[in-house]
Design a protein around this ligand. Structure first.
Ligand SMILES: Cc1cc2nc3c(=O)[nH]c(=O)nc-3n(C[C@H](O)[C@H](O)[C@H](O)COP(=O)(O)OP(=O)(O)OC[C@H]3O[C@@H](n4cnc5c(N)ncnc54)[C@H](O)[C@@H]3O)c2cc1C
Length: 396
C-alpha cells in the first residue's frame, strides 16, 4: 500500500510543499487538508492582487531566524524561479527586485498552481478544519470535523494574519509543540493623537524611526493609525506604547531647514504658508501648531528661535503609537513555532518525528517586498524534501 503524506493547510507554503512532494515521492499519496472551501485564498490577496511572489534580494540573512538558513540556501530565489518555470509560471522583476507573475495577476498564478496540482494527482480535502493530531500504531490520526490517517505530516497552517477564527494553535497544542504568541506584523500602527484627524489622507515621504529601527518610505496618515510600507516594516518592533520619530526632510539638517525658512520669511506670508515648497500644507499646519505657533500669524514676526523650532518639527515630528492588536489588517505575524522546537536542518519537530512545519506557522517573518512568500515557498519545498526522505525516498 502507498504511504500517505498529509499537508495541513493549502496556502502558498502547503501548495508548494505538495507540488514538490508529488514530484519527488514515488511511493506516497499526497493529500492537502484545507479548512476553507478552497485552497489559496490568501494568495489571491497578495501584492494587491498582483502577488509579489519573491524578491531578487531574498537570502537567509534577511529573515533573522536560525530556521531560515537551510531552506533559503537549498531553495534560493534562482532555484525557486526554475521550479516555478517548470510549472509554467514565469516571473518578472521591477527595478527594486520585487518579482511578480508575468501576468501580474495572483488569480492566474493560482490557476496555474491548481492545474499542476490536478495533473500531479494531489488530493485536496477542503472544509477540513483540523484541530488534533494523535498517534496510533505508528500512524498519525488527524482529526477535526473530519478524520484521516497519515504516515507523515507537513503542517503549513499559516498564522492569524488577516484570518478570521484562526485555530491552528490547537493543532500545535495537541502535539505539544510550544509556540510564541502570534502578534500582528506588517500592519498599520494605531495612534490616538488628536491631530491625526486633520492629517487624514496625507501621504508624505519620510524617514521613520522607532525603538532603534529606521525605515525610509511613504507614511500614510489615517484618522486612527499611520500606515505605509515603512510603517508596516516597523510595526513588529512596537511591543508597548512608544513614540515614532518622523523626519520629513532627511537630506537636510535642522539648521539648513531653518535657513530655508528664513529666506521665505522675508515675503509677506502667514506662518502656515512658510513651508510651501518643502512639505505639504496640511502637514505644515500641524507642525507649526506643534511648534507652538498659530498658522495665521505673520511669518515675518517669527524669531530665529521660532524658525528653528518649526525646522525641528520637520526633522523630528513625534507621534505616539500603540502596539498593533488588529490581526485583520496584518499581512503577516511574528511569533509561531520557535527555532528551539524545530530541527533547522530538516524543519522536523524535534519532539515528534514525522511531523514537519513550513511557512508562517514557524517563527520567521520578513519585511514587505516578496520576502514572506519566498519564505513560504522555500520552507515548503524544504519540508517536502525532508518529508520525502522520512518516507524512505532516495533523495540527495
Ligand atoms: C493582504 C495580504 C497581502 C500580502 N501580500 C504579500 C506579498 O505581496 N508578498 C509576500 O511575500 N507576502 C505577502 N503577504 C504575506 C503572505 O501572504 C504570507 O506570508 C503567506 O501566504 C504565508 O503562507 P503560508 O502557506 O505559510 O500560510 P497561509 O497562506 O496563511 O496558508 C495557510 C492555510 O492553512 C489553512 N489552515 C489554517 N488553519 C487550518 C486548520 N486548522 N485546518 C486546516 N487548514 C487550516 C488556511 O485556511 C490557509 O489556507 C500578504 C498577506 C496578506 C494578508
Amino acid at each position: 500500500m502507498k504511504k500517505r503524506l498529509v499537508i495541513i493547510g493549502g496556502g502558498a507554503s502547503g501548495i508548494t510543499a505538495a507540488l514538490y512532494a508529488a514530484k519527488i515521492c514515488k511511493s506516497a499519496d499526497i493529500t492537502i487538508l484545507e479548512k476553507n472551501d478552497r485552497i489559496g485564498k490568501k494568495l489571491l490577496r497578495t501584492g494587491n492582487g498582483r502577488c509579489n511572489i519573491t524578491n531578487d534580494n531574498a537570502c537567509a540573512e534577511r529573515y533573522l531566524s536560525p530556521l531560515a538558513k537551510a531552506s533559503l540556501e537549498k531553495f534560493d530565489v534562482t532555484k525557486t524561479k526554475e521550479l516555478l518555470a517548470s510549472l509554467g509560471i514565469v516571473l518578472k522583476a521591477d527595478n527594486t527586485g520585487r518579482n511578480y507573475p508575468y501576468s501580474e495577476s495572483a488569480a492566474t498564478l493560482l490557476n496555474a498552481l491548481l492545474a499542476n496540482i490536478k495533473a500531479a494527482g494531489i488530493n485536496i480535502i477542503s472544509d477540513f478544519d483540523v484541530s488534533n493530531i494523535s498517534k496510533k500504531e505508528n500512524r498519525f490520526i488527524i482529526q477535526g470535523n473530519k478524520s484521516i490517517s497519515a504516515d507523515c505530516i507537513i503542517i503549513a497552517a499559516g498564522s492569524p494574519a488577516s484570518v478570521k477564527n484562526y485555530n491552528a494553535d490547537k493543532i500545535l497544542e495537541s502535539i505539544g509543540a510550544e509556540y510564541k504568541k502570534f502578534r500582528p506584523a506588517l500592519c498599520p500602527l494605531p495612534s490616538e493623537e488628536s491631530f491625526l484627524r486633520s492629517l487624514k489622507g496625507v501621504r508624505a515621504k519620510a524617514r521613520v524611526s522607532l525603538n532603534g529601527h529606521c525605515e525610509d518610505g511613504e507614511v500614510q496618515f489615517n484618522e486612527k493609525n499611520i500606515s505605509g510600507i515603512c510603517i508596516f516594516n516597523l510595526a513588529k518592533y512596537v511591543g508597548s506604547p512608544t513614540e515614532v520619530n518622523i523626519d520629513f526632510m532627511p537630506e537636510y539638517s535642522e539648521e539648513e531647514i531653518a535657513a530655508l525658512l528664513k529666506v521665505k520669511q522675508q515675503n509677506s506670508l502667514e506662518a502656515g504658508e512658510l513651508c510651501d515648497g518643502l512639505i505639504l500644507r496640511k502637514l505644515a499646519l500641524v507642525l507649526i501648531k506643534k511648534a507652538g505657533f498659530k498658522p495665521s500669524q505673520r511669518a515675518g514676526e517669527l524669531s530665529d528661535k521660532a524658525l528653528k523650532s518649526i525646522a525641528k518639527q520637520i526633522k523630528a515630528f513625534k507621534l505616539k503609537v500603540k502596539p498593533p492588536a488588529d490581526f485583520s489588517s496584518a499581512q503577516v505575524c511574528s511569533g509561531g513555532v520557535s527555532a528551539e522546537q524545530i530541527d533547522a536542518a530538516s524543519l522536523e519537530l524535534k519532539t515528534n518525528k514525522g511531523i514537519f512545519l513550513c511557512g508562517e506557522i514557524l517563527d520567521v517573518d520578513a519585511p514587505c517586498g516578496g520576502y514572506n512568500l519566498q519564505w513560504a515557498i522555500s520552507s515548503g519545498l524544504y519540508a517536502a524534501k525532508n518529508a520525502a526522505k522520512y518516507l524512505g525516498e532516495q533523495i540527495d
